[in-house]
Design a protein around this ligand. Structure first.
Ligand SMILES: *Cc1c(COP(=O)(O)O)cnc(C)c1O
Length: 241
């Protein structure tokens, strides 16, 4: 599989969606979701000009990031347990999956110890799917002021994963609600939230039309995720056995 070609195809998809929406493609960042894919595939995309990557498991990222080109930039997009906060703060300058005040407080504490500032997104479970993590819209509004007081965390925006469907149009109302919630949060904070992270391989068109500033794309770039044959750990380097 030619990853540079996949990257060009995804960029064309983004350009087309921006065209439809009358938006500038420079407003939509592409985050390459590399979970389940080895360091050599990541290096291939870096050579093709893609520098922003998302990972969803701390353990996998910890093993893989040191094997990747140092120009790659990393964002945490998967559910985070408080006992992984310390590692997460060391690995990721951006954490998109903040879904409770308790987690945010722990990240703040660990960031303080590491003398770092972490950019965060608040993950929102827009339709209240029980299988997904994330704040409900009302819960995030209730926690917003407390979250904003954590000095080592900068709230940059909101993230959501739309319910899976064959039909990308089904995701559109979810994206629209997230964009509305962003406005409410901006009003409550009296400050802009520049990032709306929404849209994946299957639904990036409607997401961009509804105002996404970052799409998170795995499958369309890397192909289907394949984990190592034995055990649960992927072969992070991607070396042939
Ligand atoms: C896996 C994942 C993606 C990418 O999904 P694809 O359908 O492979 O593009 C995006 N966002 C999150 C949070 C993910 O876990």
């Amino acid at each position: 599989m030619d990853l540079a070609e996949n990257l060009a195809a995804v960029r064309r998809q983004i350009d087309q969606a921006c065209d439809c929406a009358g938006r500038d493609p420079a407003e939509v960042q592409l985050l390459a979701v590399s979970k389940g894919h080895p360091a050599n595939a990541i290096a291939e995309l870096v050579r093709a000009g893609q520098l922003d990557f998302g990972e969803s498991k701390v353990q996998e990222a910890k093993a893989k990031i040191p094997l990747c080109p140092s120009s790659a930039r990393w964002e945490m997009i998967g559910h985070l347990q408080t006992n992984k906060a310390r590692d997460a703060v060391h690995l990721f300058p951006v954490i998109q999956s903040v879904d409770s005040l308790r987690l945010a407080e722990e990240l703040n504490k660990q960031a303080d110890k590491a003398a770092k500032t972490i950019r965060i997104l608040l993950e929102i479970n827009v339709v209240g799917e029980s299988s997904k993590f994330g704040y409900s819209p009302s819960a995030v509004l209730a926690d917003l002021q407390s979250l904003n007081q954590l000095r080592r965390l900068e709230i940059h925006g909101l993230m959501t994963i739309a319910p899976w469907s064959q039909d990308p149009e089904r995701a559109r109302p979810v994206f629209r609600k997230l964009a509305e919630l962003r406005k409410q949060c901006e009003d409550a904070l009296g400050a802009p939230l520049p990032v709306l992270s929404m849209g994946m391989s299957g639904d990036l068109g409607p997401a961009i039309q509804e105002g996404s500033t970052q799409v998170r794309v795995g499958t369309s770039l890397f192909g289907r995720r394949t984990y190592a044959k034995f055990g649960q750990q992927p072969d992070v380097a991607g070396e042939l056995e």
